[in-house]
Every structure is written in structure tokens, then in C-alpha cells.
Design a binder for this molecule. Structure first.
Ligand code: DI6
Ligand code: FE
Length: 408
């Protein structure tokens, strides 16, 4: 007689182990926060302390948003308006707007205020079945403000039913006090900020923005070397606005992922394939900037580079809090299949965070993070626009109705 903590029956499973991994008419059992059993509902060998009727919903792994800047203060609709009046993202950035505007607001906000402003965005993701969330720093650009952002990221993971992976993005932009001295700022990032953030346990990975309005490949390499010396995995904002060779660089460091990639070269594709670097696709930023160059999806697919899909939630280039919409955009803008888009927000997104052994698909022993959906077929998740069919979430084995309210 097995005693499970939770059984959900009368569901259709999409395990995401191979393709959708469809298993209609199934049940799934949870013990100690892990998947203990799943299979045809009529073969369910025992019951559990809590039994939930899945009402013919589809049950997928909880969604994973693997690239966000969701912790920030203020917003930038003024720049949205300026761009619609003819300014480019680079013009705005060079004139002291762009990332620098969010840096000013984020530095000025108290830790409590930063949390207060960030929570509604997080809740929008959770209401759509997100159970794991990556959050970057990068709007502080000095030690105390970067640490403040990362503490807020940790606080979100403690207060909300979501696992947070925090990423140190100190090399996101040049802070105004270092204007004209990017190498001195990189000295600060590598020599002081990174060691302090690492020893406080505030970061799970390190990212940088390798771009002509960000940092050079040589500066990025220094950040990666410092991260590696501290035992932290790396990832990179690469080839978003131009080809800087960032994907080759991050692949050489066995990075978790190269993200954006609209201007990725054949060499970049080959290097990522060789090193198993995940391509994180961010269609929200492409859409919002009205970028016309798509990432080389067919080449990535042909080379076997795993593709994740994420919101890039940030105030400047992707003010988007819907991972389902990002999935739809990846299909409509870039021709991912709905199956690839769902894999990109589950099993491949887990890989982009180095969590593939623990979550991202339904397998016995993996963490019991599920989303239940009132849909007819798994493809519906990428198909509908602006519709949220999430009927419930299990996070670490704990059942919840869709999260719609602020935590205390
Ligand atoms: N690329 C992006 O899309 C975001 N950061 C980055 O390096 C934009 C951040 C912002 O504009 O606030
Ligand atoms: Fe980003």
C-alpha cells in the first residue's frame, strides 16, 4: 500500500520527454515534492492524502521563464512613445535614456519598494503556470544596488510559489560615473562586485551584454574568467543588435546559454552545437523593437542546438509578462512549431538554467512542478493569443489554484 501525498487523476499528460510525450487518460502521483508515479488512470495502484480530479485538463511540466529582468523600478513608456516618433533604441541609449533611465530609478528605490513594484509582474507569470523563474540584476551597476536587486530576486523565491534562479548581470551597461572608462568598470565588476555577490550567495550564474552599446568580447571574457574562478556558470546576451562573436565566446566557456541571437553567425551556431549551449529565443524584444532580422532558427534546428523561449521581461525592450505570448510569437514570427515552443518553455528552459536533471519534464524522481490547462491539445498553449487557460499549478508537490493575488 503506497501512500502518496497527492494524486491528480483524470488528466492528459504532456511529459515533454520526447516531443510532447502525450499520455491521455492518465494519473500522476507525488511523494515528498517529487513525481512518484504516472501512467494510465485505470492502472493507478494506490491513492494519496489529497486526490484531485483533473477534469480532463492537460497537465504539463510547470513553465520555466529562463531570461527575465523582472526586478526593476519604474517603466519606460516615454521611450516607447519616442521610438514611435522616430528615435532608435541606440539613439535613446546614447542620450542617457534606455537602460540608464531604469538604473536611476532602481538605484533610488528601497528594497521594499523594488519588491512592491516587481511582484505584480511576477504574479502575472505565475498565473500562467510559471513555476521556475530566472531573474537578472543589471540595473544597479554598483555593488550595493546590484546586491539589492538580487536580494529582491531571492525574496520573490521565498514569498511566492516559484523557484527563482538569480543571475548577476553587473556588465549590463556602463554606469554614468564610469563614462569613457569601461575597462575600469570591468575591473570593478571582476575585482569587487562579483566576489562580494558570490560570497553572499546572491547569484546562481553570471551574464553580460556583449554589444557595441554594451561590452566588447574582450571585456566579456574577463567577466567570464572571474565567474569561472568563483565556480559560477555563465550565459550571455549575444548577437542581439550586431554580430560580436559573443556566442562563440560563451560556448567556449561551456556557458549555459546564448540569448537573443538575431545576428548569430554560422560559426556561432557551430560553436553552440559543439558545446551544448542553449539558444534562448526572446521574440518579445524583437517584436517590441520592430527588429526585422530573425535568429537563424533553421540553422540552429539543423545543428541540433536546443532552443528555449523566454519573455526577457524588461522595461525597455520587452515589457511582457506572458510566457504563453512569447511562445506564440516564437511560432508566428520565427516558425517554431508549437511543440518546440512548449519544449522551449519547459524542458529546454530547464537546461538553460542547468536544472534539467531536476525539472522541466515529467519523469519519476523529478520535482513535482506542474501546470494544468483547460485546453483540447498541447498546441493550444502556443496557439491562443491573450487567453490564459491555466486551471491550477503544483509547485514542489503543493497544489494551488491559479495564483491571482499578491502574497502577504
Ligand atoms: N538586452 C535587452 O533586451 C535588455 N537588456 C539587454 O542587454 C534591455 C534592457 C533595457 O532596455 O532596459
Ligand atoms: Fe535580456
Amino acid at each position: 500500500m503506497r501512500d502518496w501525498d497527492l494524486v491528480i487523476d483524470n488528466v492528459h499528460l504532456a511529459t515533454m520527454e520526447q516531443g510532447y510525450g502525450e499520455l491521455p487518460g492518465a494519473a500522476i502521483a507525488v511523494k515528498d515534492g517529487r513525481i512518484a508515479w504516472f501512467g494510465p488512470a485505470d492502472e493507478l495502484p494506490a491513492s494519496g492524502a489529497l486526490r484531485i480530479d483533473g477534469e480532463q485538463c492537460w497537465l504539463t511540466p510547470g513553465l520555466i521563464d529562463c531570461h527575465t529582468h523582472i526586478v526593476h523600478a519604474g517603466q519606460r513608456s516615454d521611450e516607447f512613445e519616442a521610438r514611435l516618433n522616430g528615435a532608435s533604441y541606440e539613439d535613446i541609449s546614447r542620450a542617457g535614456g534606455g537602460i540608464a533611465a531604469t538604473v536611476r530609478a532602481t538605484r533610488a528605490a528601497s528594497e521594499a519598494e523594488l519588491l512592491r513594484q516587481s511582484l505584480p509582474r511576477v504574479l502575472a507569470l505565475l498565473a500562467e503556470g510559471v513555476t521556475t523563474l530566472e531573474i537578472k540584476s543589471g540595473y544597479g551597476l554598483e555593488l550595493e544596488s546590484e546586491a539589492k536587486m538580487l536580494r529582491v530576486a531571492r525574496a520573490i523565491g521565498e514569498r511566492c510559489p516559484v523557484t527563482v534562479r538569480a543571475t548577476f548581470l553587473g556588465a549590463h551597461a556602463l554606469p554614468p560615473e564610469y563614462a569613457g572608462r569601461p575597462d575600469d568598470y570591468i575591473d570593478l565588476v571582476c575585482g569587487q562586485m562579483l566576489p562580494a555577490i558570490a560570497s553572499a550567495g546572491l547569484a546562481d550564474a553570471v551574464d553580460a551584454f556583449c554589444e557595441h552599446i554594451g561590452f566588447t568580447p574582450a571585456q566579456t571574457r574577463r567577466v567570464f574568467e572571474a565567474a569561472k574562478a568563483l565556480g559560477l556558470p555563465v550565459k550571455l546576451h549575444a548577437e542581439q543588435l550586431s554580430d560580436q562573436g559573443g556566442a562563440v565566446l560563451v560556448a567556449k566557456f561551456d556557458g549555459l546559454s546564448a540569448d537573443h541571437l538575431e545576428f548569430l553567425s554560422d560559426d556561432g551556431v557551430a560553436a553552440m552545437a559543439r558545446h551544448g549551449t542553449v539558444a534562448v529565443l526572446l521574440p518579445g524584444a524583437c517584436y517590441f523593437l520592430r527588429e526585422t532580422q530573425p535568429p537563424p532558427i533553421a540553422a540552429l534546428r539543423a545543428a541540433g542546438v536546443p532552443m528555449a523561449v523566454s519573455t526577457d521581461c524588461n522595461p525597455g525592450t520587452s515589457p511582457m509578462t506572458s510566457l504563453l505570448l512569447a511562445m506564440n510569437m516564437a511560432c508566428t514570427l520565427w516558425r517554431l512549431t508549437p511543440q518546440e515552443a512548449l519544449a522551449g518553455a519547459t524542458v529546454i528552459a530547464a537546461r538553460a538554467l542547468g536544472l534539467q536533471h531536476d525539472r522541466g519534464s515529467l519523469a519519476v524522481g523529478k520535482r513535482a512542478d506542474f501546470a494544468l490547462w483547460r485546453i483540447a491539445r498541447p498546441a493550444d498553449l502556443a496557439y491562443a493569443i491573450g487567453f490564459n487557460p491555466c486551471a491550477g499549478v503544483v509547485h514542489g508537490g503543493v497544489w494551488r489554484a491559479p495564483v491571482v493575488s499578491l502574497p502577504d
